[in-house]
Design a protein around this ligand. Sequence first.
Ligand SMILES: Cc1cc2nc3c(=O)[nH]c(=O)nc-3n(C[C@H](O)[C@H](O)[C@H](O)COP(=O)(O)OP(=O)(O)OC[C@H]3O[C@@H](n4cnc5c(N)ncnc54)[C@H](O)[C@@H]3O)c2cc1C
Length: 425
Amino acid sequence: MTAKRVAIVGGGWAGLAAAVKASQLGYQVTLFEMAQHLGGRARSLGAPDAGPRLDNGQHILIGAYQASLSLLEAVGVDLKQGFLRQPLRLRYPRHEGLCLPPGPALISFVRGILAYRAWPLAARLSLLLTATGWLLRRFECAPMLNVAALSAGLPAIVRQELIEPLCVAALNTPADQASAQVFLRVLRDALFSGRGSADLLLPKLPLSALLAEPAATWLSARGVKIHLNTRVQALTQCPAGWSVDGQAFEQVILACTSAQAAILCAEIAPAWASQAGALQYQPIMTVYLRSAGSQLPAAMVALQESAEAPAQFAFDLGQLGHDPGLFAFVISGAANWVERGLAASGEATLQQALAQFTWHNPPQIHRVLAEKRATFACIPGLQRPPTSIKPGLWAAGDYVDGPYPATLEGAVRAGFNAAANLPPI
Ligand SMILES: Cc1cc2nc3c(=O)[nH]c(=O)nc-3n(C[C@H](O)[C@H](O)[C@H](O)COP(=O)(O)OP(=O)(O)OC[C@H]3O[C@@H](n4cnc5c(N)ncnc54)[C@H](O)[C@@H]3O)c2cc1C
């Protein structure tokens, strides 16, 4: 029996997850990636041997991201080497914020809130009461509700110091526009997926060294053909199943971006294509600063954002095993700042950094990056396209219908799910 052939179009985390799973199922896998490197939106810039590597944006995972962690382990990544894992901790530049003690996630949530004396007791009790209400309603809510409306009854300090930073970090969408249902789902998984599910996992390796490179080695060793610099232009039906730029495959998984998938499917599945093509996107900017000899008070620090202070989080890459003296400031939901431009956003972030931290040497802008289509806008009532497009044609990607916002976990789950739908060999 020859293995059946599956083409995977796109080598981001969804495509790599699909390729690993399809190969484990015995499929003969061919992966097409239009860029020079695998990794998609979670990749490092530049070649591995060209000095310290910057990522296209700082990524964080949480302990509940089981699919992502199992993918990394499947391709041989040692999670202890790959991540700094710590209980959820919102450290601010000049004071300790909310910090959950180790232990079962729900218990540590209650203990952490009760112990957080920076909030008045009434605010802590109000949060616990509200969270109990979410729990009793099984973390479900009306589909059209946004996060600001969901949390409107909470004290302002809880919304500003907890709900809004978590919302923008997890959904990359401001609370007044973000889907409350998706937000509650992330909270549910963080609090109920067992011990450590709310932990933060901060990559200690450049993103490409974390997944793309070990996955490429793992896949190549199993005979997977990887074609880089190859943009798939045409997808048509053929007697074997599907023709991808003239090559025949029994099955195809489209793991490219929603916009590219919409173009490839415009004629073969117009309704699916128009749903995929209608998704709106939110940008993320990353401002890298350099300051020799300086350190932040923690590897990850939450910041007070304002009209003139763009960043919500800062990362000390020296404390994450990269380059001492290098810092990544992250601007999520960055539409307004993208409009102002790279130079103005970099300068505003530099001023924010000077105002909020003490530096050993004055920081300087090292690089400003803008990913204009970083994540789909996770708005209430969003209709996302399903994984099944046509018989033998599947979609994988963080945007495919599922419970998660645009995250690595959403991408990996979609990739695993598409491969699990392939007929058994
Ligand atoms: C700056 C930034 C910060 C982020 N922070 C976080 C975070 O902290 N935590 C988190 O969980 N998530 C985060 N995300 C989101 C996360 O990166 C994405 O959800 C995830 O990488 C999406 O993976 P994907 O495989 O679905 O899509 P992609 O990574 O976009 O992969 C699609 C791939 O398809 C390729 N492709 C497109 N068209 C074709 C074609 N025609 N032929 C061949 N190849 C094609 C593309 O080149 C690309 O490699 C962040 C994203 C950005 C940009």
